[in-house]
Design a protein around this ligand. Structure first.
Ligand code: AMP
Ligand code: ZN
Length: 112
């Protein structure tokens, strides 16, 4: 499958890995938008939030638990933001569902 994040997970394309288990993979974003900016993705190729089903959605809870663990390990005690871009209008550029985690400074809101 011609998917950038599947290739990073398999090691075909190098990524700056932070964490991996049997279900998820986390790595630093190549174009960071905050002092700390990493991505957490399921190893299973799911295109976007729109392709979640009762059968595969359990992974999302696991991803949030992993995010909290990594955020603690990286010293984000003051907080962080989790972002999922879904589809064209949502700004999704890689069609493998992923959660951005941004932190390391106070973040502005709204993001538009
Ligand atoms: P999105 O726009 O939500 O689909 O996010 C895709 C993210 O992937 C962007 O923040 C990119 O900077 C990031 N990205 C693209 N290529 C790579 C790569 N090779 N390694 C790490 N992150 C990447
Ligand atoms: Zn993929």
């Amino acid at each position: 499958m011609d998917c950038l994040f599947c290739k990073i997970i398999s090691g075909e394309i190098p990524g700056k890995k932070i964490y991996e288990d049997e279900k998820v993979y986390a790595f630093y974003d190549i174009n960071p938008q905050a002092p700390v900016h990493f991505l957490v993705v399921p190893k299973e190729h799911i295109k976007s939030c729109n392709e979640l089903t009762p059968e595969n959605a359990e992974i999302i809870g696991h991803i949030f638990l992993v995010i909290a663990k990594i955020a603690k390990d990286l010293g984000l005690e003051k907080g962080y933001r989790i972002v999922n871009n879904c589809g064209e209008d949502g700004g999704q550029t890689v069609d493998h569902i992923h959660f951005h985690v941004l932190g390391g400074k106070p973040l502005s809101w709204p993001p538009l």
